[in-house]
Write a protein that binds this ligand. Structure first.
Ligand SMILES: Cc1cc2nc3c(=O)[nH]c(=O)nc-3n(C[C@H](O)[C@H](O)[C@H](O)COP(=O)(O)OP(=O)(O)OC[C@H]3O[C@@H](n4cnc5c(N)ncnc54)[C@H](O)[C@@H]3O)c2cc1C
Length: 489
């Protein structure tokens, strides 16, 4: 039987970059193939991004939407995972270089599947990120959870002293796409339902939740009718929707928006959430430089119809990183693209004919507005309200990875949607400020650990052993000499 450490030198090596939808489904798609798969990702988990907003607003724990990739692939004997941020891809030499905490690894491949996704785009104003975090990772969601619940705490503290706390009780979500709508709806539900009995000096229901977008409508990809319906539902929940307004400045205490007619408005708000714009992983740059494949404005790379790069049939790029036929940045594009690439790699090794161009099957889109309210678009069908919400529930349960995750999510949804509680309200100071603290270090987290080779494990072990032996001897002496509880002064 093959063990995870078995490696046939002649076996085809597939490196998969990323453990998101594309990476995970690509690796799984190669389960029965005669290949060695190495998944290299900068996090140890797979992430179900569509539910990040529920982690940020205390409904779900991070564990229920982010299972360890190692565990998910534990029974796939031809797959292994490596932690590391890919910093270079050499298409000529077929090498991937990754790094974690200053430790570098170079991995060789025969086929490469790149699924490194996208990050938040601040449209050239990256400094906005300091005070308006995005929502792309578990770190982001936990920081936002800290900022949102923390804002209510600071408001309570200020109000107890008679201070004006409007800036603490104003929450601004930038971007009225699905993520922004979901965040705004959930913060409004928090303020109006979950927290209404928890404070003494403030009335959580007086919180102002603002959703801002430069576009003229909410949820543009869902069309005008569902967009208008969503706007009305949000307003019924108490969300203030400001459209046609561009954010021109963000600082610690608030933000400035500008309208088309030149008017500007300042909104005082400590807790701001950035849910506008995406930028493909910077790995597209290095791929573009080496192949000549152009990048679009969001940094997505133009791929061949079979998802490969020009001149490199062994390199597939899938998901949020690609620009092909105006495909949207959604999970199904990544999943279907990754499955297609895996099938192609396996087929080539078996001498099968190419599958032909990649064809995306649109299974529809949905966005949740609040409990029991959602909008959905499936083909020509437009749905809203409870039926759309039930569909959302079913589909998300189906796609959450692993049985454990599904059971936990279902339980927590019952607590939050049938009841009014939130099971995951724990926040810490580090959750809120660690990102900014790490950014102040020149080398980030790598500055906090010793250099590779610098750490003398033997010496440290000897010192520690001597210390422990001394401690144990003193403990025994105190007991034997009956000195416990005896006055020492
Ligand atoms: C908040 C939010 C809500 C969303 N809601 C929906 C929804 O409701 N429905 C829907 O269909 N889609 C939704 N999406 C979009 C969907 O999640 C993405 O389209 C999908 O995740 C893309 O898959 P991917 O594999 O391309 O990238 P991702 O899933 O983002 O995976 C990228 C992977 O690459 C890793 N990575 C990145 N850079 C590097 C590097 N340099 N080295 C190593 N690893 C790296 C990351 O850690 C991650 O594991 C949402 C996205 C967000 C952020």
């Amino acid at each position: 039987m093959a063990t995870p450490t078995d490696h046939r030198p002649d076996r085809h090596r597939v490196v998969v970059i990323g453990s998101g939808f594309g990476g995970l489904f690509g690796a799984k798609g190669l389960k029965g193939a005669d290949v060695d798969v190495t998944v290299i990702a900068k996090t140890t988990h797979h992430l179900f991004q569509p539910l990040l907003y529920q982690v940020a607003t205390g409904i779900l724990s991070e564990g229920s939407i982010a299972p360890p990739t190692r565990e998910v692939l534990a029974h796939q004997e031809n797959a292994k995972t490596l932690l590391g941020e890919v910093i270079d891809i050499d298409l000529e030499k077929k090498l991937v270089t990754s790094e974690v905490l200053g430790r570098r690894t170079v991995t060789e491949y025969d086929s490469l599947l790149v699924a490194a996704g996208a990050t938040q785009s601040y449209f050239g104003n990256d400094h906005f990120a300091t005070h308006a975090p995005g929502m792309k990772s578990i770190d982001d969601a936990l920081e936002l959870r800290g900022r949102i619940f923390g804002a209510f705490e600071m408001a309570e503290l200020g109000a107890s002293k008679g201070d004006n706390v409007d800036h603490h009780l104003t929450f601004v979500v930038v971007g009225a796409g699905p993520t922004g709508v979901e965040m705004a709806g959930q913060i409004a539900e928090l303020a109006h339902r979950t927290l209404k009995h928890d404070f003494r000096a403030i009335n959580s229901r007086s919180a102002r939740v603002v959703l801002v977008d430069a576009a003229a409508q909410v949820l543009p990809p869902f069309g005008a009718k569902l967009g208008e319906k969503t706007k009305k539902e949000l307003e019924n929940l108490g969300v203030e929707v400001i459209l046609g307004a561009m954010v021109t400045d963000v600082d610690e205490r608030g933000l400035t928006i500008a309208f088309k007619d030149g008017r500007t408005e300042r909104i005082d708000s400590v807790a701001k959430i950035w849910a506008a714009g995406v930028q493909a992983s910077s790995l597209t740059k290095t791929l573009s430089e080496q192949t000549g494949a152009p990048l679009d404005r969001a940094g997505r790379i133009a791929v061949n119809p079979d998802l490969t790069l020009p001149g490199h049939p062994e390199v597939f790029v899938v998901g949020d990183m690609i620009s092909l036929d105006n495909l949207p940045g959604v999970a199904q594009v990544a999943i279907q693209g990754a499955k297609y690439a895996a099938k192609e790699i396996d087929g080539r090794l078996k001498g099968k004919a190419p599958q032909g161009p990649f064809k995306y099957f649109d299974k529809g889109s949905m966005a949740i507005i609040s409990r029991f309210r959602a909008v959905a678009m499936i083909g020509k069908l437009r749905l809203s309200g409870l039926i759309a919400w039930l569909m959302w529930l079913f589909i998300h349960l189906l796609y959450i990875t692993g049985f454990k995750g599904r059971i936990t999510a279902l339980l927590h949804w019952a607590i939050s949607f049938i009841g009014r509680g939130r099971s995951e309200r724990t926040t810490t100071v580090q959750q809120i400020f660690a990102r900014q603290a790490l950014q102040r270090l020149e080398g980030g987290a790598a500055d906090l650990v010793s250099e590779p080779g610098e750490y003398d494990a033997n010496r440290l072990e000897e010192d520690r052993r001597a210390e422990l032996e001394q401690q144990a001897a003193e403990e025994a002496r105190l007991t034997d000499a009956n000195e416990r509880g005896a006055k020492t002064r």
